[in-house]
Every structure is written in structure tokens, then in C-alpha cells.
Write a protein that binds this ligand. Structure first.
Ligand code: SF4
Length: 487
């Protein structure tokens, strides 16, 4: 529960209505993916309207600001910075000029080789104001578009240059585009609504925007939603799914199921809640503790704990109460404040815990500071033993694809055994889910998952790290767009 999340993106095109209220609802549904800044850009007859600011979605937008965002096509973004500093200049979407009007672009994830592209752009005289990879990608697209006047070709060119885990949304003219990295590391979902279309980082955002989730955007796929005249001469949104780039390989981030996505989201075809429940069942099989009570670390570990309780026969109890009005721990800037905030955010129920052998279930442990505080709190409330069961294998290596786990030295499981970790965090025992158990719970083969932070073997080339899937960027192949594939 300590990992800092990435970002969330959404895009909408609806006939005859403003896009901004939909995007507002979608971003609120994705708020758990980032709480530093929020932004929406809409397009009205090719003219862009934007608002970006630091803060939560409901702090950044109100009725007046949403009404000022005119146009029935738009994109939105919420951010937790994983690249670039946390300032409003790096808030997204970012806008760049082209001869056919501005383009606005936003991203979830990280481009691992963006510095190379950045140097090339600078050598070509492009001025970059921030230090985020999205700005580099946007400038590259704008430059390519000026050369070819073909945005789909420009996106493909960008995809052939970059490597990493990403999901982009972009608006240009009256069209929006969305595309996902060739291995599908970062999620992106497509939905329909009232004669229009939408995409979002999670299916739940599509539902909360009032739409119907249709399917995942395929790894490497480009979605283009434009406008054509219907039989009555009205301009209506039309969907063109385009083959972008794919090696046929997959590397879905296992953490989307374990923790990042909302439990009510369908991630790459599987409901996150079901995976988490199965993880609990498998933990009961692999590491059933001798205990009186199963207690989840709320909120994200509830399904894991329920699965463990039901499969083990150990009673489930809500022994930790979470304050509803404290922001998520990880957004606080320094370690000391983070530790203090754990105590403000969670409070043990003394009558439930006193004299009991407790199993605390957490979905994951990154630095170990949060669980250490919680264990001390549970012991303080009278637990006679505290055992910890973790819903993922140990995190031993950094993430390079948009999750803030950058430094091995910060990771409690790096070069430590379960016994070492138990001693360090003050638990009677700590047991992690096994890798086969994780793969079984997710239901996709291990070769289709990114498990880089668990194994230090990554799906794409990372200098100084082992590579397990992609060999070179030239392994990707581009394909001709399918003309007028309208669904
Ligand atoms: S390294 Fe870990 S957190 Fe990062 S994308 Fe891969 S599985 Fe997800």
C-alpha cells in the first residue's frame, strides 16, 4: 500500500454535448492514480480550451471552469509525478502548436529512452520548457506532423522511437487519439457512450462517465476518434482502431491487479477484485498462519484478506479503521510526515484486537515504513501476536514504467529474507505470495506479465538491468492503417 501510483488519462468525444463534464467524472473516478495535479483540454471547432492546476480534481474544477471548457471532444489527466518535477508547468495535458491548430497530449507511464529523443529535438532547435517525457513526445509529434500533415503516421513514428510503458491520449482538431505501448504494460480501456466514444486508464472510469466499457485498447494499438456526417448531415463521432505496433508479446503490469487499479476495474480482461480475492485464497494455502483474526490493511487489501479468511477459516475482522478524510499517505513529501500520517489515517479497534493473534494482510510492501507503524499500532492495541501476509511476491527492484519505486536501497525486501523483514518491521512472521501463486491468481501466463520489480528482469531494455522480452526497437513492425474501420 505504499507504492506511489502513476497517472490517469481519459478522452471523450460525444455528439452535441460538452465533453468536460464527462471528463470531470472520469478523472474523479481515477483520482486514486494521482493527486498532485489535474487538467482537461477540450476542442471546439479545432480551438483548444484548457485548465490545469495543482490539486485534486474537485479543487481544480467547478461549474464555471467546466462550462468554459467548450467543445464535445477532449482529454483529461491526473498526475502523480514520476518523471519531471511536481510543478504546474509539468501538469498535463500539455499544448503544442501546429499549423493546423494546437495539439494537446497527456500520458500515463514512463518512456525509458526519452533523453535520447530530447537531445535530438534540442539539436533540431526545439525549446523544451519542462523536464517531462510527455513534453518530449508531444514536441516530436508536432514536428513529425508538420513534416507529414498525417497525425497517424506521426504517432507511429513516435512509437517506433520510444520504449517503455505508456498510454497516451491526444486531441488535435476535432479528433482524439489514444495509444498504448506495444507490450501493454500500462492499461487503457475503450468505451462507448450515447453515440460517442471514450477511453480511460480504467474501465471503472468509463462506467462512472456513464459509458459502456467495450474492451481494452490492444497493446500497440492506436485509437482515432473523428467526426463524420450521418444520414441527417449531423457530425457524429466515428471510431477507427488502427494497427500501430506490436510484437505479439505482452507484459501487463502485475501491480494493476494487485494494488493500483480499483477493485471494480476490469484489467486486461480480468476483474481486479477477483484476482485479489484469489490471492488471499492462495496465501491461505501457501502460508496459513496459526491465528485468531484476519485483519486487512484498509482499503486496498480487503479483497485479499477476505479470500484468506474464507479459505483458511480464520475469522475476518475490520480491526483497523481508516479516516475518510485524509489524503493518501504517499503524496506527503518526506518520510517523517509520511509516518505521522499513517497514525492519523489508521486507527486500531482495541476491543477487537486485544489478546488476539492477528494476521495483517497487505497487498504489497515497498519501503516497509507503513506496515512497521501499523504493526506497532496493533501491538499497542493489545494483540498478542502479529503475523503479516503479503499479496504479492517481494519487491526487490525498481520500476521504470511509471511507478515510483526507483531506488533499490529504499525497498525493504531488497537483499533481505522474510525473517529479516519480520525483525525489521516488528512482526512475529512475514510471508509473501509466491510467484507461481501470483501467476495463478492473475490467470495470464507469466510470460505475458511484467514482473520486473519482483525479478529485476524487465520486458524492455533498461541499461544495467536484465531484459526478458523485447530485443531491439526494430523488432516492432508498423502496419498500414485499416481504412475506415468504423465500429
Ligand atoms: S516493474 Fe513492477 S510496477 Fe513496474 S510495470 Fe513492471 S510489474 Fe508494474
Amino acid at each position: 500500500m505504499e507504492a506511489r501510483e502513476k497517472c490517469g488519462v481519459a478522452a471523450v468525444s460525444v455528439p452535441g454535448q460538452g465533453a468536460s463534464p464527462y471528463l470531470y467524472r472520469g478523472l474523479r473516478a481515477l483520482q486514486h492514480r494521482g493527486q498532485e495535479s489535474a487538467g482537461i483540454v477540450t476542442s471546439s471547432h479545432g480551438r483548444l480550451h484548457d485548465r490545469r492546476a495543482m490539486g485534486l480534481v474537485h479543487e481544480v474544477f467547478n461549474r464555471d471552469t467546466l462550462e468554459a471548457l467548450r467543445g464535445s471532444t477532449g482529454i483529461g489527466h491526473i498526475r502523480y509525478s514520476t518523471r519531471g518535477t511536481s510543478t504546474v508547468e509539468n501538469a498535463q495535458p500539455i499544448i503544442l502548436p501546429t499549423h493546423d491548430g494546437g495539439l494537446a497530449i497527456a500520458q500515463n507511464g514512463d518512456i525509458v529512452n526519452y533523453q535520447r529523443l530530447r537531445k535530438r529535438l534540442q539539436a533540431d532547435g526545439v525549446e523544451l520548457v519542462g523536464n517531462a517525457d510527455t513534453e518530449v513526445a508531444g514536441n516530436f509529434l508536432a514536428m513529425e506532423y508538420e513534416n507529414s500533415r498525417n497525425m497517424e503516421a506521426a504517432i507511429k513514428r513516435l512509437m517506433s522511437e520510444i520504449s517503455g510503458g505508456y498510454a497516451f491520449v491526444m486531441v488535435h482538431g476535432d479528433k482524439f487519439y489514444a495509444w498504448r505501448d506495444p507490450l501493454g504494460i500500462r492499461p487503457l480501456h475503450l468505451g462507448s457512450i450515447e453515440g460517442g466514444y471514450m477511453v480511460a486508464s480504467e474501465s471503472v472510469a468509463i462506467e462512472l462517465m456513464g459509458g459502456t466499457p467495450l474492451r481494452d485498447v490492444a497493446p500497440g494499438e492506436i485509437i482515432a476518434v473523428g467526426r463524420t456526417k450521418d444520414k441527417d448531415g449531423e457530425l457524429v463521432p466515428t471510431l477507427r482502431p488502427l494497427k500501430g505496433m506490436s510484437t505479439g508479446e505482452r507484459a501487463y503490469c502485475m501491480f494493476e491487479w494487485v494494488y493500483f487499479s480499483r477493485p471494480d476495474s476490469i484489467v486486461n480482461g480480468t476483474l481486479a477484485y477477483e484476482v485479489r480475492y484469489r490471492i488471499g485464497e492462495i496465501l491461505a494455502r501457501e502460508a496459513r498462519p496459526d491465528a485468531d483474526l484476519v485483519i486487512p490493511v484498509p482499503d486496498s487489501s480487503r479483497p485479499h484478506a477476505l479470500g484468506l479468511a474464507q479459505a483458511s477459516g480464520i475469522p475476518y475482522a475490520e480491526g483497523l479503521i481508516k479516516s475518510r478524510f485524509v489524503e493518501r499517505t504517499f503524496i506527503l513529501p518526506d518520510q517523517k510526515r509520511r509516518e505521522e500520517e499513517v497514525r492519523i489515517k489508521l486507527h486500531p479497534v482495541p476491543g477487537v484486537i486485544k489478546g488476539k493473534r492477528v494476521v495483517l494482510v497487505d497487498d504489497s510492501i515497498v519501503r516497509g515504513t507503513t506496515i512497521k507503524e501499523i504493526i506497532a499500532m496493533v501491538r499497542g492495541a493489545g494483540a498478542s501476536e502479529v503475523h503479516v501476509r503479503v499479496g504479492s511476491p517481494p519487491i526487490i527492484a525498481p520500476c521504470y514504467f511509471g511507478i515510483d519505486m526507483k531506488d533499490r536501497r529504499e525497498l525493504v525486501a531488497h537483499e533481505r529474507t522474510e525473517e529479516d523483514i519480520a525483525k525489521l518491521v516488528g512482526a512475529d512472521s512475514v510471508r509473501y505470495l509466491s510467484m507461481p501463486g501470483l501467476v495463478e491468481a492473475i490467470g495470464h501466463p507469466e510470460k505475458s506479465l511484467c514482473v520486473g520489480c519482483l525479478t529485476a528482469r524487465y520486458p524492455v531494455d533498461i541499461p544495467q538491468e536484465h531484459r526478458r522480452l523485447q530485443t531491439t526497437l526494430t523488432d516492432y513492425h508498423t502496419e498500414t492503417p485499416q481504412e475506415d474501420t468504423i465500429q
